[in-house]
Design a protein around this ligand. Sequence first.
Ligand code: EPZ
Length: 421
Amino acid sequence: MDKLLITGGQRLSGEVKISGAKNAALPILCAGLLTSGTLELHNVPQLRDVNTILKIINETGVTCTRDKDCVFINGQGLNNPVASYELVKTMRASILTLGPLLARCGEAKVSLPGGCAIGARPVDQHIKGLQAMGAEINIDKGYVIAKTKGKKLVGTRICTDMVTVTGTENLMMAACLAEGETIIENAAREPEVIDLANCLISLGAKISGAGTDVIKIQGVEKLASSNYSVMPDRIETGTYLCAAAMTGGEILLSNTITWTLDSVIEKLSEMGCDIVSDVRNQSLRIKSPQKLKSVNLRTAPYPAFPTDMQAQCMALNCIADGVATIKETIFENRFMHAVELMRLGANIAIDGNIATVRGVENLTAAKVMATDLRASASLVIAALKAEGSTTIERIYHLDRGYENIEEKLTGLGAIVKRISD
Ligand code: EPZ
């Protein structure tokens, strides 16, 4: 398994180009299953998770080809509406194939994703919504077996028990080919949901309200072809903002959008960073202070502070001036980076879903282990500051969501080396 060796103490400077958003690319690639036409996608990041979903889509008979950051999906050959356990177990978002396969083929067999490091991650809301649209769903030997019994799904009103991003996305995709109107209430408002809706509309879907908590979808007979570009990755953007802030650095982030990270930018400004956005040039510039101020965080659905930035900002609080409390309200086990940060000298106390972080003067290098995608990003950020050389093990977690991370960090002046076993 690959490791990263990071020597701390370098103040980051220069420019980093942000890649396409993983959490927009994954549902948008699944949208390619909905049409017999061709979906030509640009700005698709080269990530493990994207490779996994492409393998699953190819196994359905749909052809996917890739040329750097472009992906071409032709849905003509769909003949096997199945997503196998072997692939689904490596990437939970594979559940996003369920809605499109069921809507397009009238049947689908998708492995239950199972839990992951950060929580149980059930998919009961995905299933409840599809059943409300008339699907017959059974769980058999770890698979979701869904059928519409030769009929189309029927549009209806659905209100999810909690805000669920991929739940909203799955139901929105299924509703595109249903009979009549579907109204999704308590819908997720994340920018990635808007990006998916915009791509579906470009394919001919009739959707309104994406980005609000009520999304209306008028079913259509079939979808056509389209050429679409995936939005920039807001969590990658936030991660590099934190990397700069950790090192007292000043960097320019290009090819990004600024409106999707207001809650994160607000917190970094409270810590003492100066962040200027250039909407016309789609860039952000951050200047960081020598000493950050501690800031309290509470994660919640968009537009509140995103859970996917919690680990990265915990790392900043480890060396900030003061005491911070961090409340994680979305996932039940998303503090695994804390014990690894403590190995670097951080002072963190965990009580249920609340972490209390007391800032220390500095961190010291050690061997640490990545446990999940954003936890590994948190360890990278901490290692950029820690005195000495930190080894981060199991960085396959990192490769799931950060394209060319060592090249990008090296380009900003960090001392980073990948060691392949
Ligand atoms: C999406 O996961 C993201 N993944 C996650 O990003 C992100 O952390 C999460 O949304 C929250 O913003 C993708 O978009 C591919 P949820 P998702 O359904 O959709 C519970 C990353 O690091 N729930 O919004 O799986 C669930 O357990 C990843 O890039 C149910 O109980 O998250 C959680 O407590 C990690 N039943 C809460 O809702 C359901 O049927 C929110 O989960 C669905 C969800």
